[in-house]
Write a protein that binds this ligand. Structure first.
Ligand SMILES: NC(=O)c1ccc[n+]([C@@H]2O[C@H](COP(=O)([O-])OP(=O)(O)OC[C@H]3O[C@@H](n4cnc5c(N)ncnc54)[C@H](O)[C@@H]3O)[C@@H](O)[C@H]2O)c1
Ligand SMILES: N[C@@H](CC=O)C(=O)O
Length: 497
């Protein structure tokens, strides 16, 4: 296999760029000779190649994880903590190289990629510590002469399937929780962004994470996922990605009754109250819409503005949007990189065309100004309605749809009019309105007067068809733990038991 010059030359530690899968502590070729190219979305150039593993090699990864499980779960929590903290230190030390890899394969601007490395590393530190707090309970006994309680035990091997939009943090938020709980992991990263996952594997090895505990398998997505979901020895599946694929994997896990955590798509409403300064709200909405070029599950998809300030809001939004620079994420001063591939550009164009054909107004967004094939200039549409794709679907592109509403009841109904329920934004300083919306919005996360809402202490996740379970926070590790109840009977007369 040809080693890419571009990527390894761009790194101060070229060994972080790996073009093999990582199984049982070994860098692995595909036995069948199948491979796939990985492209820089900004230039369209191939930056490297990855092997596709064969079915028996995926099973070998499960064998390796199974063998490693015996020793990894037997370590004390503080011993696992030490190894995870060593991994955290290495992620920090190699932040710049990890960010370069990410920008080259994902396209996001370098400062955002650095931010994601920090963000991803912060989950490793968080769960390293949380692993020491997986407390069981003492239960006041209703059975004479008995002691009752619970223990927390690792669930077993976890398969982690992750998307391309956050190629590093979506892995660490799962893997660190699972590994801290005592579970080995098999990661299947998105084919568009495997190199961040493989760099994580290289650093896990250097951190002293034993062979078989952190594995990265590569291959044809449906083929690999089917094997992982059908494997009896894998006890948990954690998936981040689209609702469409999440549904499919949930079905595939039914046969082995796995523990399933799903972090799926979003269609976030961004609600602006009548009391808001329209400029302040517009600046926040632009920030909530265009990060990662709109390819973020938290991106503000439907911007719902009170009719009394709608026109002023739109004016400020358009002005701020016009100041955004679109370009190669490696260049300085770039705010929006490319979309992940041409299909994403075509989908964004179709969403905009659909909205215009159904009566929306295109306020700004001239695609002739796009600096390359995979770029999409930010678009502002007004007058969007529930009949339009831009309202119904997660657009996952820099397309902002604005509409006016007249009262709280109307905006609540509008905001909840979607199968998704991940995150919602509310901008108002009226405490009664805040409380009313907070309670009425059918979302797993509601952020009031703040664009930033995530981080390690937060229970991240959605309701409705945005997912199952929560990642991060004090409950994130529970996704990888079983509760074992015990009853110690015939203890003799145990006072107060
Ligand atoms: N809720 C969250 O925390 C969160 C975070 C990031 C991204 N997302 C969501 O992820 C989506 C974008 O990511 P994406 O395009 O990579 O999602 P995707 O569902 O297409 O792919 C996600 C993963 O599933 C694999 N996959 C794709 N097709 C498959 C199939 N048929 N069978 C089995 N596996 C398959 C991919 O290779 C990848 O590893 C968006 O919907 C976004 O909202 C959600
Ligand atoms: N921004 C999200 C990822 C969604 O795409 C996060 O913080 O997890």
């Amino acid at each position: 296999m040809k080693l890419s010059k571009t990527l390894s030359n761009a790194l101060s530690d070229p060994r972080l760029f790996r073009e093999h899968a990582y199984v049982d502590g070994k860098w692995t070729h595909g036995d069948g000779g199948r491979e796939a190219a990985v492209f820089d979305p900004a230039t369209g150039e191939a930056i490297g190649h990855i092997p596709w593993l064969e079915a028996h090699q995926i099973r070998e990864a499960v064998d390796a994880a199974d063998a490693a499980y015996v020793h990894w779960r037997a370590l004390r929590a503080d011993e696992r903590c030490e190894r995870l903290l060593a991994w955290y230190d290495l992620l920090q030390a190699h932040r710049e190289d990890l960010a370069t890899i990410m920008t080259l394969e994902q396209g996001k601007p370098l400062p955002d990629a650095r931010g994601e490395v920090e963000y991803g590393a912060s989950f490793v530190r968080w769960f390293a510590e949380e692993g020491k707090r997986t407390f069981g309970e003492t239960i006041p006994s209703h059975i004479p002469n008995a002691a009752l309680g619970t223990l927390k035990e690792p669930v077993g091997i976890a398969a982690l399937i992750t998307p391309w939009n956050f190629p590093l943090a979506m892995i660490t938020r799962k893997a660190a929780a699972a590994m801290a709980a005592g579970c080995p992991v098999i990661v299947k990263p998105a084919g568009e962004t495997p190199f961040s996952a493989l760099a994580l594997a290289e650093l896990a090895e250097r951190a002293g994470i034993p062979a078989g505990v952190f594995n990265v398998v590569l291959g044809e997505p449906a083929e690999v996922s089917k094997i992982l979901c059908g494997e009896e020895r894998i006890k948990a599946l954690s998936f981040t990605g689209s609702t469409r694929v999440g549904r499919l994997l949930l079905e595939q896990c039914a046969g082995t009754v796995k523990r399933v955590s799903l972090e799926l798509g979003g269609n976030a409403p961004f609600i602006v109250g009548p009391d808001m300064d329209p400029r302040e709200a517009a600046l926040a909405a632009v920030a909530a819409k265009f990060q990662t070029a709109g390819q973020d599950c938290l991106a503000a998809n439907r911007i719902l503005v009170h009719e009394s300030i709608h026109d002023a809001f739109v004016e400020h939004f358009a002005e701020r949007m016009a100041a955004l620079t679109v370009g190669n994420g490696l260049e300085s001063e770039v705010d929006l990189g490319p979309l992940i591939h041409r299909q994403a550009v075509d989908k964004a164009a179709a969403i905009v065309d659909d909205a215009i054909s159904r009566g929306a107004t295109l306020v700004a967004g001239d695609q002739n100004a796009a600096p390359g094939r995979n770029f999409f200039m930010p678009v502002l549409l007004t007058g969007v309605t529930p009949q339009m794709m831009v309202w119904r679907e997660e657009n996952f592109a820099p397309v902002a749809g604005v509409t006016a509403y007249s009262d709280d009841e109307e905006v609540i109904a509008m905001a909840n009019d979607t199968e998704y329920g991940l995150a919602a934004y509310v901008y108002t300083h009226d405490i009664r309105r805040i409380w009313k919306l907070l309670r009425a919005l059918e979302y797993g996360m509601v952020s009031v007067n703040s664009v930033k809402m995530t981080g390690p202490p937060v229970p991240f996740g959605g309701v409705k068809q945005s997912g199952l379970g929560r990642e991060g926070g004090i409950t994130g590790i529970d996704e990888y733990l079983e509760t074992k109840y015990y009853c110690l009977g015939a203890l003799g007369s145990v006072s107060g038991s």
